[in-house]
Design a binder for this molecule. Structure first.
Ligand code: HOZ
Length: 427
Protein backbone atom coordinates (compact mmCIF):
# COMPACT_ATOMS: atom_id res chain seq x y z
CA UNK A 1 0.00 0.00 0.00
CA UNK A 2 1.39 3.43 -0.92
CA UNK A 3 1.44 6.27 1.59
CA UNK A 4 -1.23 8.09 -0.46
CA UNK A 5 -3.46 5.00 -0.33
CA UNK A 6 -2.99 4.75 3.42
CA UNK A 7 -3.70 8.45 3.95
CA UNK A 8 -6.77 8.31 1.68
CA UNK A 9 -8.17 5.31 3.58
CA UNK A 10 -7.77 7.24 6.84
CA UNK A 11 -9.14 10.43 5.27
CA UNK A 12 -12.29 8.61 4.13
CA UNK A 13 -13.05 7.86 7.78
CA UNK A 14 -12.92 11.47 8.92
CA UNK A 15 -13.38 13.72 5.86
CA UNK A 16 -16.42 13.47 3.52
CA UNK A 17 -15.19 11.71 0.39
CA UNK A 18 -11.69 11.87 1.86
CA UNK A 19 -11.03 15.36 0.44
CA UNK A 20 -11.80 18.96 1.27
CA UNK A 21 -12.86 19.90 -2.27
CA UNK A 22 -14.62 17.42 -4.57
CA UNK A 23 -12.53 17.45 -7.78
CA UNK A 24 -9.46 16.33 -5.80
CA UNK A 25 -11.09 12.96 -5.05
CA UNK A 26 -10.12 11.47 -8.47
CA UNK A 27 -13.67 10.16 -8.85
CA UNK A 28 -13.62 11.26 -12.49
CA UNK A 29 -10.36 9.51 -13.37
CA UNK A 30 -10.34 6.62 -10.91
CA UNK A 31 -7.61 5.59 -8.50
CA UNK A 32 -6.32 7.15 -5.32
CA UNK A 33 -5.69 10.89 -5.06
CA UNK A 34 -2.02 11.78 -4.71
CA UNK A 35 -1.43 13.32 -1.33
CA UNK A 36 1.14 16.03 -1.93
CA UNK A 37 4.02 16.64 0.44
CA UNK A 38 6.05 19.37 -1.25
CA UNK A 39 6.20 21.74 -4.21
CA UNK A 40 9.05 23.74 -5.72
CA UNK A 41 8.80 25.77 -8.92
CA UNK A 42 7.17 23.64 -11.62
CA UNK A 43 7.41 20.42 -9.57
CA UNK A 44 5.44 18.65 -6.87
CA UNK A 45 6.38 15.58 -4.82
CA UNK A 46 3.74 13.26 -3.48
CA UNK A 47 3.69 11.58 -0.07
CA UNK A 48 5.53 8.60 -1.60
CA UNK A 49 8.34 10.83 -2.83
CA UNK A 50 7.36 10.70 -6.54
CA UNK A 51 8.24 13.91 -8.42
CA UNK A 52 5.99 15.25 -11.18
CA UNK A 53 5.76 18.37 -13.38
CA UNK A 54 2.69 20.15 -12.03
CA UNK A 55 -0.05 21.58 -14.26
CA UNK A 56 -2.53 22.15 -11.43
CA UNK A 57 -0.47 24.84 -9.65
CA UNK A 58 -3.24 25.22 -7.06
CA UNK A 59 -5.75 25.68 -9.91
CA UNK A 60 -3.86 28.66 -11.23
CA UNK A 61 -3.01 30.45 -8.01
CA UNK A 62 0.72 29.64 -8.18
CA UNK A 63 1.58 31.69 -11.24
CA UNK A 64 5.15 32.08 -9.98
CA UNK A 65 5.44 28.35 -9.25
CA UNK A 66 5.56 26.62 -5.88
CA UNK A 67 7.50 28.08 -2.94
CA UNK A 68 8.71 31.17 -4.81
CA UNK A 69 11.46 32.60 -2.54
CA UNK A 70 10.01 36.15 -2.51
CA UNK A 71 6.58 34.87 -1.52
CA UNK A 72 7.96 32.50 1.12
CA UNK A 73 9.97 35.33 2.67
CA UNK A 74 7.00 37.73 2.67
CA UNK A 75 4.77 35.12 4.32
CA UNK A 76 7.34 34.32 7.00
CA UNK A 77 7.87 38.01 7.76
CA UNK A 78 4.13 38.68 7.99
CA UNK A 79 3.52 35.64 10.21
CA UNK A 80 6.25 36.76 12.60
CA UNK A 81 4.46 40.08 13.02
CA UNK A 82 1.15 38.43 13.92
CA UNK A 83 -1.03 36.40 11.61
CA UNK A 84 -4.47 37.95 12.17
CA UNK A 85 -5.75 41.04 13.96
CA UNK A 86 -9.30 41.68 12.81
CA UNK A 87 -8.16 45.27 12.25
CA UNK A 88 -6.93 47.17 9.19
CA UNK A 89 -3.25 46.95 8.20
CA UNK A 90 -1.02 48.96 5.85
CA UNK A 91 -0.49 46.06 3.44
CA UNK A 92 -4.23 45.98 2.64
CA UNK A 93 -3.97 49.54 1.37
CA UNK A 94 -0.92 48.62 -0.70
CA UNK A 95 -2.56 45.65 -2.38
CA UNK A 96 -5.81 47.55 -3.01
CA UNK A 97 -3.80 50.36 -4.62
CA UNK A 98 -1.90 47.86 -6.76
CA UNK A 99 -5.06 46.02 -7.91
CA UNK A 100 -6.81 49.27 -8.71
CA UNK A 101 -3.78 50.56 -10.66
CA UNK A 102 -3.63 47.32 -12.70
CA UNK A 103 -7.30 46.75 -13.52
CA UNK A 104 -8.83 49.83 -15.18
CA UNK A 105 -12.46 49.10 -14.16
CA UNK A 106 -11.53 48.79 -10.48
CA UNK A 107 -11.56 52.01 -8.49
CA UNK A 108 -12.27 50.43 -5.14
CA UNK A 109 -11.72 46.90 -3.93
CA UNK A 110 -13.00 44.83 -0.99
CA UNK A 111 -10.79 41.92 0.08
CA UNK A 112 -12.46 38.65 1.03
CA UNK A 113 -11.17 35.13 1.70
CA UNK A 114 -12.05 33.22 -1.50
CA UNK A 115 -13.34 33.52 -5.04
CA UNK A 116 -16.65 32.03 -3.88
CA UNK A 117 -17.04 34.88 -1.41
CA UNK A 118 -16.17 37.47 -4.06
CA UNK A 119 -18.84 36.16 -6.46
CA UNK A 120 -21.41 35.82 -3.67
CA UNK A 121 -20.77 39.42 -2.66
CA UNK A 122 -20.97 40.59 -6.29
CA UNK A 123 -24.44 39.08 -6.64
CA UNK A 124 -25.65 40.62 -3.39
CA UNK A 125 -24.24 44.01 -4.35
CA UNK A 126 -25.78 43.82 -7.84
CA UNK A 127 -29.16 42.98 -6.36
CA UNK A 128 -28.84 45.67 -3.70
CA UNK A 129 -27.77 48.34 -6.18
CA UNK A 130 -30.39 47.59 -8.84
CA UNK A 131 -33.27 46.47 -6.60
CA UNK A 132 -33.73 43.50 -8.97
CA UNK A 133 -33.79 39.77 -8.30
CA UNK A 134 -32.60 37.78 -11.29
CA UNK A 135 -29.00 36.79 -11.88
CA UNK A 136 -28.03 35.54 -15.32
CA UNK A 137 -25.20 33.04 -15.51
CA UNK A 138 -23.75 31.12 -18.41
CA UNK A 139 -23.94 27.32 -18.51
CA UNK A 140 -20.65 25.66 -17.57
CA UNK A 141 -19.22 28.76 -15.91
CA UNK A 142 -18.31 28.28 -12.27
CA UNK A 143 -18.40 31.06 -9.71
CA UNK A 144 -17.84 29.12 -6.50
CA UNK A 145 -20.40 27.23 -4.49
CA UNK A 146 -22.88 29.86 -3.30
CA UNK A 147 -26.55 28.86 -3.73
CA UNK A 148 -27.62 31.05 -6.63
CA UNK A 149 -24.52 30.33 -8.72
CA UNK A 150 -24.49 26.52 -8.61
CA UNK A 151 -27.11 26.11 -11.31
CA UNK A 152 -25.59 24.50 -14.44
CA UNK A 153 -22.15 25.12 -12.99
CA UNK A 154 -18.80 23.88 -14.23
CA UNK A 155 -15.84 22.55 -12.19
CA UNK A 156 -16.83 19.83 -9.70
CA UNK A 157 -20.52 20.12 -10.60
CA UNK A 158 -19.59 19.29 -14.21
CA UNK A 159 -17.00 16.68 -13.20
CA UNK A 160 -19.51 14.74 -11.12
CA UNK A 161 -22.43 15.44 -13.47
CA UNK A 162 -24.50 16.65 -10.51
CA UNK A 163 -27.95 17.10 -12.04
CA UNK A 164 -29.70 19.39 -9.57
CA UNK A 165 -28.69 21.44 -6.61
CA UNK A 166 -29.61 19.53 -3.44
CA UNK A 167 -29.58 21.91 -0.50
CA UNK A 168 -30.34 24.90 -2.73
CA UNK A 169 -33.93 26.11 -2.40
CA UNK A 170 -36.15 26.29 -5.46
CA UNK A 171 -36.42 30.01 -4.83
CA UNK A 172 -32.66 30.53 -5.03
CA UNK A 173 -32.46 28.45 -8.20
CA UNK A 174 -35.48 30.21 -9.69
CA UNK A 175 -33.77 33.57 -9.34
CA UNK A 176 -30.93 32.35 -11.54
CA UNK A 177 -31.45 32.30 -15.30
CA UNK A 178 -29.00 30.30 -17.38
CA UNK A 179 -28.04 30.76 -21.01
CA UNK A 180 -25.35 29.06 -23.07
CA UNK A 181 -21.83 30.50 -23.21
CA UNK A 182 -21.13 32.05 -26.62
CA UNK A 183 -24.84 32.32 -27.51
CA UNK A 184 -25.63 36.05 -27.83
CA UNK A 185 -28.96 35.38 -29.52
CA UNK A 186 -30.42 33.46 -26.56
CA UNK A 187 -29.15 36.11 -24.16
CA UNK A 188 -30.84 38.82 -26.17
CA UNK A 189 -34.13 36.88 -26.05
CA UNK A 190 -33.82 36.54 -22.28
CA UNK A 191 -33.22 40.26 -21.83
CA UNK A 192 -36.11 40.99 -24.17
CA UNK A 193 -38.44 38.87 -22.01
CA UNK A 194 -37.14 39.67 -18.50
CA UNK A 195 -34.79 42.65 -18.87
CA UNK A 196 -36.36 44.69 -16.07
CA UNK A 197 -35.91 41.82 -13.56
CA UNK A 198 -32.23 41.21 -14.27
CA UNK A 199 -29.81 42.53 -11.65
CA UNK A 200 -26.66 41.30 -13.35
CA UNK A 201 -25.02 38.97 -15.79
CA UNK A 202 -22.10 37.12 -14.24
CA UNK A 203 -19.59 35.52 -16.59
CA UNK A 204 -16.13 34.07 -16.74
CA UNK A 205 -14.74 36.11 -19.65
CA UNK A 206 -12.78 33.03 -20.71
CA UNK A 207 -14.62 30.00 -19.37
CA UNK A 208 -12.10 27.86 -17.51
CA UNK A 209 -14.21 25.49 -15.44
CA UNK A 210 -15.68 23.39 -18.29
CA UNK A 211 -12.22 23.09 -19.72
CA UNK A 212 -11.06 26.30 -21.35
CA UNK A 213 -13.56 27.91 -23.72
CA UNK A 214 -12.62 31.34 -25.10
CA UNK A 215 -15.40 33.79 -25.98
CA UNK A 216 -16.30 34.06 -29.67
CA UNK A 217 -15.53 37.52 -31.13
CA UNK A 218 -18.10 40.05 -30.00
CA UNK A 219 -19.63 37.88 -27.25
CA UNK A 220 -18.27 39.86 -24.30
CA UNK A 221 -18.99 43.18 -26.00
CA UNK A 222 -22.54 41.91 -26.56
CA UNK A 223 -22.93 41.20 -22.82
CA UNK A 224 -21.84 44.76 -22.07
CA UNK A 225 -24.28 46.24 -24.59
CA UNK A 226 -27.26 44.22 -23.35
CA UNK A 227 -26.55 45.04 -19.71
CA UNK A 228 -26.29 48.76 -20.53
CA UNK A 229 -29.47 48.71 -22.59
CA UNK A 230 -31.47 47.09 -19.78
CA UNK A 231 -29.91 48.70 -16.70
CA UNK A 232 -28.27 45.48 -15.48
CA UNK A 233 -24.73 45.18 -14.14
CA UNK A 234 -22.00 43.17 -15.81
CA UNK A 235 -19.92 41.10 -13.39
CA UNK A 236 -16.78 39.50 -14.79
CA UNK A 237 -15.48 36.61 -12.74
CA UNK A 238 -11.74 36.94 -13.23
CA UNK A 239 -10.82 34.60 -10.39
CA UNK A 240 -8.86 32.52 -12.90
CA UNK A 241 -8.10 35.07 -15.64
CA UNK A 242 -7.17 37.98 -13.33
CA UNK A 243 -3.39 38.62 -13.35
CA UNK A 244 -3.05 35.44 -15.47
CA UNK A 245 -3.95 36.77 -18.91
CA UNK A 246 -2.04 39.94 -18.04
CA UNK A 247 -2.05 42.51 -15.22
CA UNK A 248 -5.43 43.82 -16.41
CA UNK A 249 -6.90 40.34 -16.84
CA UNK A 250 -9.31 39.32 -19.60
CA UNK A 251 -11.12 42.66 -19.49
CA UNK A 252 -8.06 44.46 -20.83
CA UNK A 253 -7.24 41.66 -23.28
CA UNK A 254 -10.76 41.84 -24.76
CA UNK A 255 -11.41 45.54 -24.14
CA UNK A 256 -14.59 45.07 -22.10
CA UNK A 257 -15.23 47.14 -18.99
CA UNK A 258 -17.35 45.36 -16.35
CA UNK A 259 -19.17 47.05 -13.48
CA UNK A 260 -17.78 44.55 -10.99
CA UNK A 261 -14.82 42.17 -11.10
CA UNK A 262 -14.25 39.09 -8.95
CA UNK A 263 -10.65 38.15 -8.24
CA UNK A 264 -8.98 35.27 -6.39
CA UNK A 265 -6.23 32.68 -7.05
CA UNK A 266 -3.18 34.76 -8.20
CA UNK A 267 -3.95 37.76 -5.95
CA UNK A 268 -3.60 35.50 -2.90
CA UNK A 269 -0.23 34.08 -3.97
CA UNK A 270 -1.34 30.63 -2.81
CA UNK A 271 -3.05 31.74 0.38
CA UNK A 272 -6.81 32.13 0.82
CA UNK A 273 -7.82 35.48 -0.62
CA UNK A 274 -10.39 36.84 -3.03
CA UNK A 275 -11.51 40.35 -3.90
CA UNK A 276 -14.41 42.23 -5.39
CA UNK A 277 -13.69 45.48 -7.22
CA UNK A 278 -15.48 48.02 -9.35
CA UNK A 279 -16.57 51.61 -9.77
CA UNK A 280 -16.19 53.64 -6.58
CA UNK A 281 -19.84 54.71 -6.44
CA UNK A 282 -21.03 51.13 -6.80
CA UNK A 283 -18.50 49.67 -4.37
CA UNK A 284 -19.55 52.32 -1.84
CA UNK A 285 -22.91 50.55 -1.59
CA UNK A 286 -21.05 47.99 0.54
CA UNK A 287 -21.18 48.38 4.33
CA UNK A 288 -20.03 50.44 6.14
CA UNK A 289 -20.08 53.05 3.33
CA UNK A 290 -23.48 51.79 2.14
CA UNK A 291 -26.31 49.43 3.08
CA UNK A 292 -25.26 46.12 1.43
CA UNK A 293 -23.73 44.03 4.20
CA UNK A 294 -20.55 42.00 3.83
CA UNK A 295 -17.92 41.17 6.44
CA UNK A 296 -15.22 38.68 7.45
CA UNK A 297 -12.80 38.08 10.34
CA UNK A 298 -10.10 36.88 7.95
CA UNK A 299 -10.80 39.44 5.20
CA UNK A 300 -7.53 41.19 4.34
CA UNK A 301 -5.63 38.68 6.48
CA UNK A 302 -2.04 39.97 6.83
CA UNK A 303 -0.34 36.71 5.84
CA UNK A 304 -2.53 36.23 2.77
CA UNK A 305 -2.12 39.86 1.78
CA UNK A 306 1.67 39.55 2.14
CA UNK A 307 1.70 36.51 -0.18
CA UNK A 308 -0.54 38.30 -2.68
CA UNK A 309 1.43 41.51 -2.60
CA UNK A 310 4.75 39.70 -3.06
CA UNK A 311 3.23 37.83 -6.03
CA UNK A 312 1.83 40.97 -7.68
CA UNK A 313 5.14 42.80 -7.11
CA UNK A 314 7.11 39.96 -8.70
CA UNK A 315 4.70 39.91 -11.68
CA UNK A 316 5.11 43.67 -12.14
CA UNK A 317 8.92 43.58 -11.83
CA UNK A 318 9.42 40.80 -14.35
CA UNK A 319 6.16 40.21 -16.26
CA UNK A 320 6.08 36.54 -17.32
CA UNK A 321 3.06 36.80 -19.62
CA UNK A 322 4.85 36.65 -22.99
CA UNK A 323 6.95 33.69 -21.90
CA UNK A 324 3.95 31.90 -20.37
CA UNK A 325 2.02 32.25 -23.61
CA UNK A 326 5.00 31.04 -25.66
CA UNK A 327 5.29 27.98 -23.40
CA UNK A 328 1.57 27.32 -23.74
CA UNK A 329 1.80 27.53 -27.53
CA UNK A 330 4.76 25.11 -27.52
CA UNK A 331 2.95 22.67 -25.24
CA UNK A 332 -0.33 22.81 -27.15
CA UNK A 333 1.47 22.25 -30.48
CA UNK A 334 3.35 19.31 -28.98
CA UNK A 335 0.18 17.77 -27.54
CA UNK A 336 -1.64 18.24 -30.80
CA UNK A 337 1.16 16.52 -32.74
CA UNK A 338 1.43 13.67 -30.22
CA UNK A 339 -2.34 13.08 -30.33
CA UNK A 340 -2.27 12.99 -34.14
CA UNK A 341 0.61 10.50 -34.08
CA UNK A 342 -1.48 8.28 -31.81
CA UNK A 343 -4.61 8.74 -33.94
CA UNK A 344 -6.53 10.23 -31.02
CA UNK A 345 -9.01 13.03 -31.78
CA UNK A 346 -8.07 16.04 -29.68
CA UNK A 347 -9.42 19.56 -29.65
CA UNK A 348 -7.25 22.08 -27.80
CA UNK A 349 -8.57 25.46 -26.65
CA UNK A 350 -6.11 28.14 -25.59
CA UNK A 351 -6.30 31.77 -24.60
CA UNK A 352 -2.94 33.22 -23.55
CA UNK A 353 -1.41 30.71 -21.18
CA UNK A 354 -4.82 29.26 -20.27
CA UNK A 355 -5.59 26.04 -22.09
CA UNK A 356 -7.11 22.60 -21.94
CA UNK A 357 -7.28 19.59 -24.22
CA UNK A 358 -10.64 17.96 -24.97
CA UNK A 359 -10.85 14.40 -26.25
CA UNK A 360 -13.26 15.53 -28.89
CA UNK A 361 -13.20 15.35 -32.69
CA UNK A 362 -15.09 18.66 -32.94
CA UNK A 363 -14.31 22.14 -31.56
CA UNK A 364 -15.59 22.88 -28.06
CA UNK A 365 -17.38 26.23 -27.87
CA UNK A 366 -19.85 25.84 -24.97
CA UNK A 367 -20.94 23.56 -22.14
CA UNK A 368 -22.90 21.26 -24.44
CA UNK A 369 -19.88 20.53 -26.62
CA UNK A 370 -17.62 20.30 -23.53
CA UNK A 371 -19.90 17.64 -22.07
CA UNK A 372 -19.81 15.66 -25.30
CA UNK A 373 -16.04 15.04 -24.95
CA UNK A 374 -14.80 11.51 -24.22
CA UNK A 375 -14.13 11.73 -20.47
CA UNK A 376 -13.17 8.04 -20.29
CA UNK A 377 -10.37 8.69 -22.81
CA UNK A 378 -9.23 11.61 -20.64
CA UNK A 379 -9.12 9.30 -17.61
CA UNK A 380 -6.95 6.79 -19.50
CA UNK A 381 -4.70 9.64 -20.67
CA UNK A 382 -4.44 10.97 -17.11
CA UNK A 383 -3.06 7.69 -15.82
CA UNK A 384 -1.03 6.89 -18.92
CA UNK A 385 0.91 10.17 -18.97
CA UNK A 386 3.40 9.49 -16.22
CA UNK A 387 5.62 12.09 -14.59
CA UNK A 388 3.12 14.91 -14.88
CA UNK A 389 0.46 16.09 -12.46
CA UNK A 390 -2.70 17.02 -14.37
CA UNK A 391 -6.07 18.25 -13.14
CA UNK A 392 -7.98 15.04 -12.33
CA UNK A 393 -10.95 16.09 -14.45
CA UNK A 394 -11.58 16.74 -18.13
CA UNK A 395 -13.48 19.89 -17.15
CA UNK A 396 -10.56 21.83 -15.66
CA UNK A 397 -7.88 24.07 -17.14
CA UNK A 398 -4.18 23.18 -17.14
CA UNK A 399 -1.94 25.79 -15.55
CA UNK A 400 1.61 26.80 -16.37
CA UNK A 401 3.74 28.84 -14.01
CA UNK A 402 6.63 31.21 -14.57
CA UNK A 403 8.85 28.44 -13.17
CA UNK A 404 8.05 26.02 -16.03
CA UNK A 405 10.74 25.68 -18.67
CA UNK A 406 10.85 24.58 -22.29
CA UNK A 407 12.49 21.39 -21.05
CA UNK A 408 9.47 20.78 -18.75
CA UNK A 409 7.13 21.31 -21.66
CA UNK A 410 9.08 19.00 -23.97
CA UNK A 411 9.22 16.30 -21.27
CA UNK A 412 5.45 16.72 -20.85
CA UNK A 413 4.86 16.14 -24.55
CA UNK A 414 6.93 12.96 -24.36
CA UNK A 415 4.95 11.79 -21.32
CA UNK A 416 1.74 12.63 -23.15
CA UNK A 417 2.64 10.24 -26.01
CA UNK A 418 2.17 7.31 -23.65
CA UNK A 419 -1.00 8.96 -22.36
CA UNK A 420 -2.47 9.23 -25.86
CA UNK A 421 -1.60 5.60 -26.59
CA UNK A 422 -3.48 4.65 -23.41
CA UNK A 423 -6.37 6.96 -24.32
CA UNK A 424 -6.66 5.36 -27.75
CA UNK A 425 -6.32 1.80 -26.52
CA UNK A 426 -10.01 1.29 -25.70
CA UNK A 427 -13.00 3.43 -26.16
N1 HOZ B 1 -12.82 24.63 -8.01
C1 HOZ B 1 -11.46 24.28 -8.28
C2 HOZ B 1 -11.26 23.98 -9.70
N2 HOZ B 1 -11.78 24.93 -10.62
C3 HOZ B 1 -11.03 23.09 -7.47
C4 HOZ B 1 -10.64 23.49 -6.12
C5 HOZ B 1 -9.81 22.44 -5.38
O1 HOZ B 1 -10.16 21.29 -5.38
O2 HOZ B 1 -8.79 22.83 -4.82
Amino acid sequence: MTRSEDLFARALRVIPGGVNSPVRAYAAVGGTPRFLARGLGSRVWDADGVERIDYVQSWGAMILGHAHPGVVEAVARAAELGSSFGAPTEAEVLIAERISASVPSIEKVRLVSSGTEAAMTAVRLARGATGRRVVVKLAGCYHGHSDSLLVDAGSGVATFGIPGTPGVTEGAAADTAVVAFNDPGRLEELFHARGDEIACVIAEPVAANMGVVPPVPGFLEGLRTLCDRHGALLVLDEVITGFRLGPGGAQVRFGVRPDLTCLGKVIGGGLPMGALGGRAALMDSLAPAGPVYQAGTLSGNPVAVAAGLATLEALAEDPPYGRLEALAVRLCRGLDGAARDAGVPLSINREGSLFSAFFSPVPVTDYRSARAQDTAAFARFFHGARGINLPPSAFEAWFLSAAHTEADVDATVEAARAGFRAAGSRG
